[in-house]
Design a protein around this ligand. Structure first.
Ligand SMILES: *Cc1c(COP(=O)(O)O)cnc(C)c1O
Length: 375
């Protein structure tokens, strides 16, 4: 229960559904992560929640930004970041967008194949580039494997030849998968990257940066380990594999900075059963998969849902309000709500600060995009 958010809701009585984010929690998360891994620069992954209030806060705290598109770069600049604090971290970019980013002053770009490296060389000459390598995604509740990254042999070959494309080989990145519950998952990739650094150095290619990606988890229905545990594990891996030849390290937290800072307020639209002796109630909310809860896909991310009622909890199937049968939020993973739940009740869907507002459809079935407030 967040008292600042509760006070805002009591005073403003915003219409549901809406997300309310406590900026103090974002700041606290930032400072905690910074203290947990002091040797790493923080590049906030804007896609997790691009609200100007969050970007301004992060910029003011000295943070940098991981951007996936030109509009995200423009948002970071508008929030006060200088171009040297921006990484164009998407491995899939139109050449015109690389050119535009270069024009805006960005000089740090990701790639994971030769064609992308060639694009960057052509329209962003002299920039620093880093190669993303594949990871397994093991241990993550929202894996980012397969689509991004190349294998180590290809990374080595491309970094070795990067100067031929007119760019500066600067480092290697990976992402262990989002909502990564195992702090040990960074060790394998860090070992591989360190070996790659040594092998390339023997060939005269000296790299300077390791990008450790995101993956830092938010507390949902089940417990997670704290940032300090992640920091210790990653620090130990960096020391073990790089020794006293430590590169610049950067992390790109998204979920871990904003996830637990937000709460969605939603209204119960309907409570029903499909037959007289149906043992589960269906609870339909005014938000669903298309209204911002897309990460409930396959019930991967399980948000805590809270009712103020005190009746005994009974099993429910929770669904959204749209006319699409895919818009069932939780059916298999044992959600329970009070037996005295009523139509018109408000519920809190907690830890919804990340990957919600921007995942909401513009007007599917006529429903407005998810409203949000930053307090
Ligand atoms: C999405 C993304 C992130 C953020 O991941 P989280 O798990 O939310 O911290 C970081 N880096 C890149 C390249 C990403 O695509």
């Amino acid at each position: 229960m967040n008292t600042k958010i509760a006070r805002f809701v009591a005073e403003q009585q915003p219409a549901t559904p809406c997300l309310i984010v406590d900026l103090d929690v974002v700041e606290e998360n930032y400072r905690t992560l910074e203290a947990a891994l002091p040797e790493a620069l923080i590049y906030y992954a804007i896609k997790a929640n691009p609200a100007p209030a969050i970007l301004t806060l992060v910029a003011g705290l000295g943070g940098s930004f991981d951007c996936a598109s030109v509009p995200e770069i423009e948002m970071a600049l508008a929030a006060g970041a200088t171009p040297d604090r921006i990484s164009y971290g998407n491995t899939i970019k139109k050449k015109a967008d690389v050119a535009r980013a270069f024009q805006l002053g960005v000089r740090l770009f990701a790639f994971d194949c030769e064609a992308e490296l060639a694009k960057i060389g052509e329209v962003a000459p002299g920039s620093r580039v880093f190669c993303r390598i594949l990871t397994s995604g093991e241990g993550a509740e929202w894996p980012l494997s397969r689509k991004f990254g190349c294998d180590l042999a290809m990374a080595k070959d491309l970094l070795r030849r990067a100067r031929d494309f007119g760019v500066v080989p600067w480092g290697v990145s990976f992402h262990v998968g989002s909502q990564q519950k195992d702090p040990g998952q960074w060790d394998g990739p860090i070992a591989e990257v360190a070996r790659l650094f040594r092998e390339l150095e023997e060939e005269g290619v000296v790299l300077g940066m390791i990008n450790l990606g995101g993956g830092f988890p938010t507390r949902y229905r089940t417990a997670i380990l704290g940032p300090a545990v992640y920091g210790r594990a990653i620090h130990a891996s960096l020391v073990r594999h790089f020794g006293n030849n430590m590169p610049v390290a950067i992390i790109e937290p998204g979920r871990g900075l904003v996830g637990d800072a937000g709460v969605i307020h939603t209204e119960v639209v309907l409570v029903s059963r499909k037959s007289a002796n149906d043992d589960k109630r269906w609870v339909y909310l005014d938000i669903g998969k298309f209204g911002g809860l897309a990460e409930s896909m396959d019930e991967a991310i399980q948000y805590p849902i809270h009712s103020e009622r005190t009746g005994a909890e009974e099993p429910v199937i929770i669904a959204g309000p749209t006319c699409d049968s895919a818009d069932v939020i939780y059916e298999r993973c044992d959600y329970r709500l009070p037996a005295d739940l009523q139509i018109g009740d408000r519920l809190e869907i907690r830890s919804t600060g990340a990957y919600t507002t921007t995942y909401s459809a513009v007007a599917f079935n006529g429903f407005a995009p998810l409203a949000s407030y930053y307090v």
